[in-house]
Structure formats: C-alpha cells, structure tokens
Design a protein around this ligand. Structure first.
Ligand code: ADP
Ligand code: MG
Length: 396
C-alpha cells in the first residue's frame, strides 16, 4: 500500500524527522490561504499522486511545453496561478505510464535553499535477509541512471535486526554522503528516526529523494515515498486510513473485497485461474501462442460460486478483454462448483467475447457436463496447450 508525499511527511514528522511546513489542498480556492500559513518568500507547489518523477513530468492538457508537477513559486499569486493550472489535470511522468494520473491534490510547501541533493532509502534487502539503507551523493535526479552508469556512487549499509542502527552504520552513511557538521550530527539522529518508523510501521520502502543539505548547513527531508507491507495493515489501522482509493485500479479494489488476488495488465485475454503458480503458467502460455494476458487472477484454493461470479464480472468489465480463458485445477476446489459459478456469471453479465474453459481434477466430468448442458457458447479444452491455442485463435 502506498501513501502520498504529504502523508509520508506528516508520519515522519511524528518520529522527529526534519520536514518543511506545508499544507495539502484539493481546490485552487484554498491555495492562497494555504500559502499564507507558510513563511515564504519561496513556495513549492507539489502534485500529490502515487508516482515519482513529478518534477520532470508534463501535464497532458498543457501540451509539450507544459511545466512539471513540482513548481517553485516566488509569491502567493504565483502559488495560486500554478494551483489553478495543475489541479484536475493529468500528470504524465516516467512512473505513471503514458495514461498519466489526475492530480486531485496539491501540497503547498515552504521552499528550501538547497546546497546539495542526496539520496537515501530504506528497503528490505532480500539477498541480505534484512533491512538496508541505500545512500548516494547523487540525489534529486534519476537514481536509476546513477545505478546504471555509476553504480559505485550508491552505497548499501545493511542493518543487523538485533543491534539496529549502530554507530558504525551511522558512520558509513555519514561518510558515503560526505556530510559535515551540522548535517553530519543531524544524520545520526535522522537515520535512527527513519529506521524506527520503517520497522514500527511495517514499511516495505522508505525513499527520500532528495534528502537535502540546505545553504545553512542543516538537513531536510524534501521528498518522501513510503510503501507499506499490505499483509501487515491489520496491525496499523491508522495507516490503513491513509489509503487513497482514487489512486488505485477500480478493478483491483473490487477484487480485494472478494479476497481475489488480481492484478490488471495491458493484454487482451482475461484469465481466471486457481493458484498463483498455475496463473503464472497460464499467462506464460498465452504469450507463447502470441497474445497478452489482460490480468493476473488467482481465485484461490477454496473459491465459492459467489467468488467465481465476482471474478468473472471483474474480468468482463475490462474493455480490453477480447476473450476469456478459465483454467482451473480442481484439487480442494471442485470443478462442478467452478462450472456453476461460470454459468451463473455468464447468465448474469452476458458473454460478449469468446470463452474457453479448461477444467481438470475433482468432479471434472460433472463440471464439463454442466457446461455442455448450459446452452451457452463455451468452448471446452482438454489441457493447457489446447486451451491457450483455442483462446488465442478465437481472439485473432
Ligand atoms: P519528484 O521526485 O516526484 O520529481 P520531488 O519532491 O523530489 O518530486 O521534487 C523534485 C525537485 O523539486 C527536487 O529534486 C527539488 O530540487 C525540488 N523541490 C522539491 N521540493 C522542494 C522544496 N520544498 N523547496 C525547494 N525545492 C524543492
Ligand atoms: Mg523526488
């Protein structure tokens, strides 16, 4: 689960991290009052979307000469003018994809005098089996390019889960970032505050890019991207409240209500499968025969008729879907239950695209008989190859 920059900063502030003053707004009418609460004379107007690269992004509606999604303003009037231009428009960045994201919220923030832009993140380092700090002096720009072109400028400091952030770890971070006082001492405190926030709140990523050293020598968290481990959200109702459903795929939200593991993709073949491994294999074989899956969908081991119906509705609601492949192995799940679910769903939502069903396992004969006797235009398949070839042929 992701949250907005302004929410991440509010959270980090409760751990004592140095963040600028700022006010979040959702309409341009609020812009002047928001800016008036800040010290000035420099303000920053920041688009709040769940994607990075906002500074270098462009607003679709404003054409190729569009200014970015993070803008400096030298007066309250400029704040208001920028807010009017940004709110409601679609920001396209490297991370949003070509469709972009609508900006429904802005964060008006106190402008900082930046001397240096650094990079600092905390993440789960799977190869080391623990949490790690990743730092670089080359912050503020495309960190992926730094990783590719000058990987020696990125330093990883692994943290022992029992010892936590030690003085040795802090020294490594201070040295890697080439910090001098007072920033150096402030970094020691900040590293521990951020680590505490990361572990207490079950974060999976905490990225500060840039972390800045200001002209006055002090450090400040200038951007903050935080992702949480979705499986731990039951422990943090206060964090779950920060979820912004307008930033998420509507089909994925619907799927989560039915406990379906669903990920929307760009292809044309809707897939309904049980078991993550089988779902992956089904996506692979669709690609092998020359088409692309429209989604990943695992209905789980013990799916009910209601769950199958919900899954079917979610798949058919996607306008890109040109054909549907149901691939179920009846282990715990019975093939006749799947067949009933498919029939009920087709009767309810109608079938406007070809449907291929491959069933195998418990009660497969009853399942196939139900499908055959349903009077619906369902093509049955015997194995995975057969199923993939049939659905690909049907959509071509
Ligand atoms: P993104 O990473 O999505 O592009 P950032 O929050 O990192 O967004 O902002 C982009 C750039 O804008 C920063 O690298 C920094 O140079 C500048 N910037 C952001 N916030 C401020 C601020 N409060 N004061 C001064 N400059 C800022
Ligand atoms: Mg940034």
């Amino acid at each position: 689960m992701n949250i907005h920059e302004y929410q991440a900063k509010q959270l980090l502030k409760t751990y004592g991290a140095p963040v600028a003053e700022g006010v979040a707004i959702t309409s341009a009418d609020e812009a002047a009052a928001a800016a008036a609460k800040l010290p000035g004379p420099l303000y920053v107007v920041k688009s709040q979307i769940h994607a990075g690269g906002r500074g270098k992004g462009k607003f679709k509606e404003l054409g190729p000469d569009s200014k970015g999604g993070v803008r400096l303003a030298k007066s309250i009037d400029e704040v208001v003018a920028n807010a009017k231009e940004m709110l409601g428009n679609t920001l396209v960045t490297k991370q949003t994809g070509p469709a972009g994201k609508q900006v429904n919220r802005l964060y008006i923030e106190d402008g900082a005098d930046i001397a240096r832009e650094l990079y600092l993140s905390i993440l789960v380092d799977r190869s080391a089996g623990g949490v790690a700090f990743v730092v670089s002096t080359e912050g503020g720009m495309d960190i992926e390019a730094v990783a590719e072109e000058t990987p020696d400028k990125i330093v990883t400091v692994n943290i022992d889960p029992v010892a936590g952030v030690t003085d040795t770890d802090v020294a490594k971070i201070q040295q890697a970032l080439a910090l001098e006082e007072p920033a150096k001492g402030e970094m020691a405190t900040l590293a521990r505050q951020l680590y505490k926030a990361f572990t207490e709140k079950d974060m999976s990523l905490l990225e500060i890019n840039p972390l800045i050293v200001m002209e006055n020598g002090h450090i400040r968290v200038l951007d903050a991207k935080v992702s949480f481990d979705g499986n731990a959200m039951f422990r943090h109702p206060e964090v779950a409240e920060l979820r912004d459903l307008t930033e998420e795929d509507a089909k994925e939200i619907e799927a989560s209500k039915y406990d379906l593991a669903y990920v929307a993709l760009d292809g044309t073949i809707g897939c309904m499968v049980n078991g993550a491994g089988l779902a992956m294999a089904t996506m692979d074989i669709i690609k092998l025969y020359g088409e692309e899956p429209a989604n990943f969908l695992d209905v789980g081991g013990g799916a009910s008729k209601e769950k199958v119906t919900a899954a079917f509705k979610i798949i058919t609601a996607d306008p890109n879907v040109k054909g549907i492949l149901v691939n179920i192995f009846g282990g715990i799940m019975r093939c006749d239950v799947i067949a009933e679910g498919v029939i009920a769903a087709v009767k309810e939502v109608g079938l406007k695209v070809p449907l291929v069903v491959r069933l195998e396992g418990t009660n497969v004969a009853q399942g196939k008989a139900l499908l055959d006797g349903s009077g619906l235009a369902i093509t049955s398949a015997d194995d995975l190859d057969d199923a993939a070839q049939k659905i690909v042929a049907a959509v071509k």
